[in-house]
Design a protein around this ligand. Sequence first.
Ligand SMILES: [Zn+2]
Length: 235
Amino acid sequence: MSWRYFTSGECPICWGLRRDCRQSLETLLVHCRYREAKPPDWEQVRPDALGAMMWRQISTRASYNKSNPGAAWRELERLEKREKEQQQSKTRDNGLSIAQLDIEIRKVSDQLSLSVADRERLRSRFSVITDNIEEQDRLISESGCRSVSQWQKLHSPVNDRLPGVKEGGRSLLVRGEGILCPIANGQGKYIGWQVRLNNPTDGQKYVWLAGERKRASRPTSHLKSGELPIPSGSA
Ligand SMILES: [Zn+2]
């Protein structure tokens, strides 16, 4: 991110009333702490990570229009996402950073495989996206989905702070046979996972993996924004 720092009197929002005003050269948003300001051609977006208000110029708003995404808007969304992820990685109570989550989830998926029947199930899900079988297989392999059985055993133990891992790290808290699908963030790091149960007992087909209730500090899947790479509307 590159910035233009306003010197005294240059800021179009406060005209020098505040000191650390700046403008992003990527988003063109002005970051100014003078929230009481009512500059005619500017409107408030939201506070930035440092607590300053972000302002956008109304007359140039077309470049920030979400239905017509310009580079500036995409950049802003990318930054917002990163800020959010950084915040979540700090507040997550399972004590694992995003990097650790990714490592531990891969340790699990590396020791599991995908059954022929589950591959067929996934192909039929992905057929909504493409008819091409090779393309379906590519999507399946990218999704990192694996077959799991009830209380899936692990050959090599993983960190039991990972949501859905039984204390001791030698099995998964999966209550039925199904397909385990890791959820990646925008940078391709695995941050959580869901299981699609083959035979859901309570009608809930997709379940987030969470820790055991009896443990004092129960690890949970905090990031609930990710979605299964499978269209959930299909049977
Ligand atoms: Zn200012």
